[in-house]
Design a protein around this ligand. Sequence first.
Ligand code: UN1
Length: 514
Amino acid sequence: LTDLAELGPLDRGLDQALKEAHQAAPLVGGRARSGTARAVLNPADLRRRVGEVVEAGRPELEDVLARAARAHGEWDRTPAETRAQCLERAADLMEAEQPRLMALAIAEAGKTVPDALAEVREAVDFCRYYAARARADFAQPLRLPGPTGERNELRLAGRGVFACISPWNFPLAIFTGQVTAALVAGNTVIAKPAEQTPLIAAAAVRILHQAGVPGDVLHLLPGDGETVGAPLIADPRIAGVAFTGSTEVARGINRALAAKDGPIVPLIAETGGQNAMIVDSSALPEQVVRDVLISGLQSAGQRCSALRVLFVQQDIAPKLETMLAGAMEELEVGDPSLLETDIGPVIDEGAKKTLEAHAERMNRESRLLYEIKLDKNLPPGHYYAPRAYVLDSLSRLTREVFGPVLHVIRWRADQLDQVIDAINATGYGLTLGVHSRIDSTQRRVWERVKAGNTYVNRNMIGAVVGVQPFGGEGLSGTGPKAGGPHYLHRFAVERTLTIDTTAAGGNASLLSLA
Ligand code: UN1
């Protein structure tokens, strides 16, 4: 799926880093807590131990909440410039530690080498971009025009203690994106990484501390949703929550936040998608096939942005389906640390079971177009054979299928509006692909489909930080868009200052001195 020439020379340290053992533990005030450790296994080969993790319990939870709440005032008063510099130093350190971070993304999350590289690059980009946005929006208050004799200013300030709950599929990039946005906006942060990927999260937190973020300003609590996530967000000291994961969990968080005492707390949620690509008969088949494979199967389809439903115009469907099956035959499924591998394992046994249950239903309700045969000699890991089905209707897909599975649906030339309606009826609104060389079709789709990110005549994953702000609507999330100019604002409160500068206001002389 990746042209290896595009990767450039890879760090020689990668092989070495893949052999190292790694550790994660609750990081409280910058110090690791001890406790009973659990092994973290490589999803591509369960015989391989990547390292071990000590998970957080009640005492750590109470401790970090108290510390983060206490540390907020000083961190919020720290100049935005200073906070931005911490992020930039973290970006430099991540670049310096690229081999180790890539090795963790490969060994802990099952990422292929190109995906692991993209993971580190995206984390670096988030640090630098949010540093730049903080300089632009947080360093100086905004002066607002008003009547003579009055001075009006609007400034942004941190909300307080932010809980950042991040996913395993971008265990460094999204983790770093959430945490750095919250930090640079003036919040203290308690980060709960996905339980599948605590090691790379711990590495990121250590880097941020090394870059100058004080220990009491950023804490890490590895653990599961029940033991750590739920009591964390239920605490009245939590002033905001950033979450990326399933729509279902986001709903649960919303309910919990609504039910608790204390301040009214915003949820920034980035959730699932039922992402479609609409292909009409003017599209270039070779280009479509390439973009479909990248969009649907890269990262083993484990991206919320991934293509799930390919709508192909009837006239070209038989040809395109044949080409797609032929191209799938060329893909290598296997050990993600090998450069020749296109598709690695899925994350865990639970993910595989869900995909198997879906396949059972598809076998009854659709036609299997192609299934990549897995090599019998693969190591014991969570491998799942990537496949494509041809269906008669989108209504057969009731929920997001988070894995390397494509669903093809044919449409007739007079059915474009029906296709658009069907996509909107899913209620999701994340990514959308369009392959058409007809301007009016591109426009029609773009104007009518509710989607956060629309991609025309290209693949539909890998939104670039600062260039293609990413995020959806409806069942796909709350916005604002990650890597976009407004993202930091939701992590902040706005405070307006109005001063009467006339003599009657009593402070004219004070201001005229300034
Ligand atoms: C996710 O999978 O949780 O554009 C979101 C992309 C990525 C998607 C991240 N930014 O493919």
